[in-house]
Design a protein around this ligand. Structure first.
Ligand code: SAM
Length: 256
């Protein structure tokens, strides 16, 4: 997973959203759906987490969990620069237990991807253990449209650093529902050029299968899924009614 060993370049490449709008939306969703008062947030697969930085700025407790130590060091460094308090936990999102339970958990940018259904169940168990009963689990960009898994490319620039990201997905094994995801970052850092690549085999969890696994796991209520953009989600537009269900979406679970 080499792209995740370069948090600054990852951040430049993937900061195409409005973080204030996202956290405003979290607060609105909490007031509508949460059964607990929210003080402590958990970002699963947090990366450089612009979200936790905004959350900490607003006075909440912030916890970031990631398997890449480089990401966690970078996030802690950014928090220190700004005088913010953000706790970090190095762990696998399919195998963790936070004894100090959180009130709201979230996972952004399609990061909820696993190699098998068993891992997905382990992930649900891990989040369930670490979240108070009545607390929400917010999942951004669940891949729901398998007919249009292809690829995309975009370029971002910040402070003399340009990063071109190329994202490719292709089916690997139809019967076992696996696909290969490849991400390439082509960096020009003030004249210094570099390339970083990641390649991973993952399992496509189909929408109805996803809901069935949540039911089987038994620890969460499925509250719904909705259309959105990178920064905003529309609670009046459930995915079931969308003309073309999009992978830019949001779904909500609540801990039983
Ligand atoms: C697509 S990035 C998302 C980062 C950030 N949440 C965002 O929205 O920009 C995925 C993150 O998941 C982390 N990651 C990948 N596999 C993981 C795992 N099994 N457990 C925990 N973190 C993982 C990577 O290190 C990376 O920081």
């Amino acid at each position: 997973m080499t792209i995740y060993e370069h948090p600054l370049y990852y951040e430049v490449a993937f900061s195409f959203f409005d973080v204030k709008k996202q956290i405003d939306a979290f607060e609105a969703i909490i007031s509508k759906f949460s059964k607990v008062k929210v003080r402590r947030f958990l970002d699963v697969a947090c990366g450089p987490s612009l979200q936790l930085r905004e959350i900490a700025r607003r006075g909440y407790e912030a916890v970031g969990l990631d398997s890449a130590p480089q990401m966690l060091r970078y996030l802690s460094g950014k928090a220190k620069e700004e005088g913010l308090r953000i706790e970090t936990v190095k762990a696998d999102m399919c195998n963790f237990r936070l004894d100090k339970k959180t009130d709201f958990a979230f996972i952004m940018m399609g990061s909820l991807v696993v190699e098998s259904n068993e891992k997905f169940m382990n992930h649900l168990d891990s989040v369930a253990y670490s979240l108070k009963r009545g607390g929400l689990y917010f999942i951004q960009n669940k891949a729901v449209d398998w007919t249009r898994i292809a690829g995309q490319s975009w370029t971002m620039e910040r402070e003399g650093i340009t990063v071109k990201t190329t994202f490719k997905i292709h089916w690997k094994d139809i019967i076992n529902q696996t696909y290969t995801e490849e991400v390439l970052l082509e960096v020009n850092d003030n004249g210094q050029k570099a390339r970083f690549e990641s390649k991973e085999d993952l399992k496509f969890v189909f929408p109805e299968e996803f809901k069935a696994l949540i039911k089987l796991n038994g620890k969460f209520d499925f509250l719904g899924w909705w259309e959105g953009t990178v920064s905003t989600w529309y609670l009046d537009r459930p995915l079931e009614k969308a003309k073309t269900p999009n992978n830019t979406n949001m779904l909500l679970l609540r801990r039983k």
